[in-house]
Design a protein. Structure first.
Lengths: 156, 156, 156, 156, 156, 156
């Protein structure tokens, strides 16, 4: 089974990497799709996000990282993928994910949800941005290379 | 990927069948495991639940139905399966499923969660038992053969 | 519109009375149905619960209190009522109520949910039983006559 | 009982129509109020939303559709309505609706909540806008005339 | 124990005052920190929010009100405080608070959560702003001096 | 401030110990109260639970462990404690805790909620009992001495 794990990954964090590693064990091929709202100024450039994910996933043979624009299922359809992967941190996450997952199901795309590692249940791209802005420790939240990239891109 | 979908299926309902059909498309082999608490009097005998599920899934080539006792992961380990499948009806369901899924993950078993068809989100074995007890219509809740089996087993 | 407000009311509390008073303003006739599981020993006898509710609702002209057994919708159908009333204390309450409300809807019965007074959102029959067992103050939780009835029935 | 069902209905969808049809059975008169934030650019013009709702509800004799601005309860007070109607898709919906419903209650306005048809629990105006933007199928989400109106108004 | 209760308090409401009074009984010193996003136009000026809180808390000997900018934990660290206080209105509130509380814990700051008075569970600064905009009664939501200050600052 | 952390601790687990250690930093004295339903057969005898907690908390100078029966607030009142401590694993936990916390507040007892370490959010006494029954690894769930005690008491 070939699966697509879409997200904005802005920035990528340890919760994303946990989902990728575990999904990669279940799928024959896992494509990580770096998307996001093109009209919104990103925190890190899409290319940087892709590079970080490629570097972090280098040892996972069946994982590819692609950049895409437009609707998730357009990419999926164009690339012959019918299975999506999403991580869940909490019940509130499921409430947010469920409507689009139901729409995707009605359009022929299945979503596999993986429950994140409890130790990372509080980690989101949004909280990383807040933690970095507050100058708090990012230990246990992001890999070192994400920390460096953020410092580089958000330096005045 | 070979996956195990454990449950008590007491009785099996359309929500279960929806999960089975969709999981079967994603997995190479899907084993439906009919378990349950052996110390609790079942609503339908385990053998009947297995027969119903086998009959309903007859057209799905890669689905097997087995009866098992004991812990879910014992069966999984003994049969070389490392991936579990569970359906989610709601955020409250995830709250109930998450602790054991985390324990399973820590013991090397991954759980794939499938969001159920919204039209079946209110359907559970428990509600079926209440609906049957109240003599309400089971249309859209269970297949005809489940209805017949319940009538047979719960007749005075 | 004639509506039916079913429950076990074991014991009746201020949250119930708040729902009754407000529903009575919306409905032409409101029938409060005192039911409950006949196989479970009640905290207060059904007749006592009915008497309390009748006394508390004495000034509400369009409210009737009846005792019933069996499925809620059997009573409703036999008495020409197609609208049910239920109170909601919290999101968790809705999760618990939703499946049966969906079944009722599919069988032709509509459920009107009223959000309880926030000041009473923590009040349930179960918490009343715990509060009475612990000898804590029931002020703001139950009317005086419920307190007296419980003392009478639970005295050793 | 005369009731007011306020919303932005931008765009109207099958979930709205389900609530309208069911509420119309319970109420003597149901007024559907097309409001929304006047400072936010709408997806469909308010007049178009009203026309669609009027056309869809044409067969419901006791349903009126009005456009209104300002606070919901101002309209209600000015038109002698004390009962509001709102649909609930999920527990998360109730969390979002509860504070204003409590404020309305304290100001003398009752809110009747109807649980939406489970098959439509994932349908919101927001998801319709995303589905249309993504070019996905809107079957089972919106009536044909909404689809046509959106195409007309969002065409470049 | 010295504790810090951070918030934007824009405007302060009875729910805030309830948390302050109760936290003040538990703590040796309670510092109420009026912060907020400096890039967002406030509803009331920070100085006004501080004045209101100081006036309302005048009788609480161990409560101080300070204005601060920047990350909450910067203020805490600079002032030798390791304990934070936050109010919880509902389960949804906890979902929103939990990620940052976990980050704070990992950085050496403990958060004490107090469940708000149920009668104030629907009260938030946001709902106050909506209630004032709609011209609804603020009785039971904000102290009189908050009402006056808002009228003064939002008058055209 | 002297606080009381009541629970059944059946068995004690790492989540409990995390709450105890963190609460002990905030309180002058923390009394851990081992209670539970006297009519229910415990998993571990109360005395064993006390011994385990005393041994695990030996290095915390301001922590005492007591066994108590009856209502939590009876013990608290008799021992001059007005502050209770409870851990929260999730939003669902808060839903379960909130009603009694509100009753306690109305009776003069404040409850301080501590959010548990995310890495332990899935750990409950109930899941420990299931994990032990299933023969799964308890690493990261309970201290070694709890494991040994359970083996001793549950051996056939």
């Amino acid at each position: 089974m070939k699966a697509f794990y879409p997200g904005s990954f802005d920035p990528p964090h340890l919760g994303h990497l946990d989902v990728i590693k575990r999904a990669a064990k279940v799928c024959d091929v896992l494509v990580v799709g770096v998307g996001g709202n093109p009209e919104k100024k990103p925190f890190l450039p899409a290319m940087t996000r892709c590079e970080i994910l490629r570097a972090e996933c280098g040892s996972l043979r069946n994982v590819e990282v692609v950049q895409y624009t437009g609707a998730t299922v357009h990419w999926a359809k164009a690339n012959g993928v019918q299975t999506l992967v999403r991580g869940l941190r909490s019940a509130a996450d499921l409430d947010a994910e469920a409507p689009m997952a139901s729409v995707h199901r009605a359009n022929g795309f299945e979503t596999l949800f993986l429950l994140c590692d409890p130790a990372l249940a509080h980690v989101s791209s949004r909280i990383i941005r807040q933690v970095m802005a507050a100058g708090l420790s990012t230990e246990g939240l992001i890999p070192g290379r994400v920390h460096d990239a953020i410092r580089r891109w958000t330096a005045p």
